[in-house]
Structures are given as C-alpha cells and as structure tokens.
Design a protein around this ligand. Structure first.
Ligand SMILES: C[S@@+](CC[C@H](N)C(=O)[O-])C[C@H]1O[C@@H](n2cnc3c(N)ncnc32)[C@H](O)[C@@H]1O
Ligand SMILES: Nc1nc2[nH]cc(C(=O)O)c2c(=O)[nH]1
Ligand code: SF4
Ligand SMILES: [Mg+2]
Length: 245
C-alpha cells in the first residue's frame, strides 16, 4: 500500500500530445495523464505498467500544480484535450486539476471501468465508461456503474466503450448497453498484449485485431445494432503497444 496525501496524485506517466486512439474522441490531439494503481486486474490489461505493483517504482506522487505544469509544458501552453486514464483515474484526487485546466480553456476526458464514482465527474467534458466483459475475469458492480452515471449528471458527454474479444463479451456489451439506451456505444476489438516494459516493443497480434474487427462489423450488421460504433485502437494499429504514444 502506497500512502499518498489526499491532494497528491499518483502518476505512472504523462505524455503527448498524440492522437486519441480510441472511442468518441478518436483522432483528436490529446495529452494523456496516466495514473498509477487500479482496483481491477483485467486479464488482458494493455497498461499493466500502471496497474501492477511491480511497476510502482516508476510511479511518481505529484501535486495538482506539478501535473498541471507538465500538461502546460507538453502542450506549449495551448489549450488541448487532456485524457485522464490509468490505472483507474477515479481513485485519484483529480477534481482540482480539472478546475485548473478549465480556467485555461483545456478540456478533460476520463476513462474508467465504472467501479468508483466521484462528485467531480460532473466537471468533466467527456466521461468514458468501459465496464469490463467476461473475458477480463472481472465482475461488474452494476450499482457502482449507476453511481458513476449519477455523479456525472448531464454535463459531461458520457459514452460506453466495450472491449470485445469473443461472443460472451459481445453479449455482455449488448446487455449493458440495453440498460442505458441513451448512451452512445463504442465497440473496440481486444488486443492480446505481451507483458510491458521488457517487451514494450513486442509486436501485437494485428491479424487477430483485424479478424475481430471484421467479425464485430458482421455481428452488429447482422443484429441490426445500428447505434453501435465499431472502432479499432488507432494508436495500436500505428504504433503497436509502445508506451507514451
Ligand atoms: C488501460 S484502461 C485505463 C482506464 C480504466 N481502468 C478502464 O479500464 O477503463 C484504458 C482503456 O483501454 C482499454 N483496454 C485495456 N486493455 C485493452 C486491450 N487489451 N485491448 C483493447 N482495449 C483495452 C480499456 O477497456 C479502457 O477502455
Ligand atoms: N494514443 C492513445 N490513445 C489512447 N486511448 C486510450 C488510451 C489509454 O491507454 O487509456 C490511449 C493511449 O495510451 N494512447
Ligand atoms: S480496469 Fe483498466 S487499467 Fe485496470 S486492469 Fe482493467 S483495463 Fe487495466
Ligand atoms: Mg491504452
């Protein structure tokens, strides 16, 4: 257990601007703040270096001001979209950072599995909820997911993004989406990720990703699921599993 003072943010990495590779903001220049630590352990997590305690020595405890200054440095002071990811960024105190950025015209998106709700979700510009399907090995806490939606309220643009590896994951996505018919849905093929660090540049299974893309398109068309959007992880197609892009 790492002890952090209440206003300190555990950071795995801050990088960019690069393009957002996933979901509703795909293609948009973005600075990423990847927090360290997660309450989940998804079997196929592509960011284990921000989850697994073996990588803790790489994480830094930073104040809101220090994180903000790094965002300003990377963006050259020009307002840009900031993606708060992780790990689970919801377990970090990020409300003040969002306020600081908004004063300067920056916008904030947050990616979370929906297991922990925060009041400051209401101050986000975009909330991406990515509940975890059966292949992850995680169990969804539907109450917690509903709490996240309640905390966010009407202000942020809120979307669902599902990682899909197989039929069971697809069925899960359909069921979860049906609980929230007003939320836009993004389906993203899973990529089988080799361990990080030592093998950070290991080639990913592009053939598998493309095969799942074709299968997903066939599936939503066959089901006439015309509200779902199917998108690959663009950054993975471009750079594989490289960190910091
Ligand atoms: C690393 S997670 C961090 C944020 C948060 N913990 C979450 O899972 O939403 C960022 C995004 O990557 C997705 N993701 C993680 N591993 C993946 C994989 N192997 N293939 C495709 N997407 C993956 C997650 O579902 C999430 O949408
Ligand atoms: N380019 C790029 N796009 C991303 N979209 C979600 C990411 C994440 O790991 O949260 C990610 C990432 O790490 N890089
Ligand atoms: S919830 Fe997100 S960061 Fe945590 S283990 Fe799963 S994919 Fe990785
Ligand atoms: Mg990622």
């Amino acid at each position: 257990m790492i002890h952090t003072r209440s206003n300190e943010i555990r950071v795995s990495e801050i990088f960019g601007p690069t393009i957002q590779g996933e979901g509703v903001l795909i293609g948009l220049p973005t600075v990423f703040v990847r927090s360290g630590g997660c309450d989940y352990r998804c079997s196929w997590c592509d960011s284990l270096h921000a989850v697994d305690s073996n990588y803790r020595h790489e994480w830094q405890t930073m104040s809101t001001e220090e994180v903000w200054q790094e965002i300003v440095r990377l963006s050259g002071g020009e307002a840009v979209m900031v993606s708060l990811s992780g790990g689970n960024p919801a377990i970090q105190p990020l409300g003040d950072l969002i306020g600081r950025g908004h004063e300067n015209g920056y916008r904030f998106a947050l990616e979370t599995q929906g297991s922990v709700a925060r009041d400051w979700f209401a101050n986000l510009d975009v909330l991406v909820l990515s509940p975890k399907p059966p292949s992850s090995g995680m169990e969804t806490d539907w109450e917690a997911l509903d709490d996240c939606l309640r905390s966010a309220g009407n202000k942020p643009q809120t979307v669902l993004k599902f990682v899909v590896f197989d039929e069971a994951d697809y069925a899960y996505a359909m069921t979860a989406a049906a609980r929230h018919p007003h939320l836009p849905v993004y389906l993203q093929p899973g990529n089988h990720t080799p361990p990080p660090a030592e093998e950070a540049d290991a080639p990913i299974d592009i053939d598998g990703v493309m095969e799942r893309m074709r299968w997903l398109v066939d599936r939503v068309v066959a089901d006439r699921w015309f509200e779902a959007r199917v998108l690959p992880q663009l950054h993975v197609l471009i750079w594989g599993n490289r960190r910091g892009v």
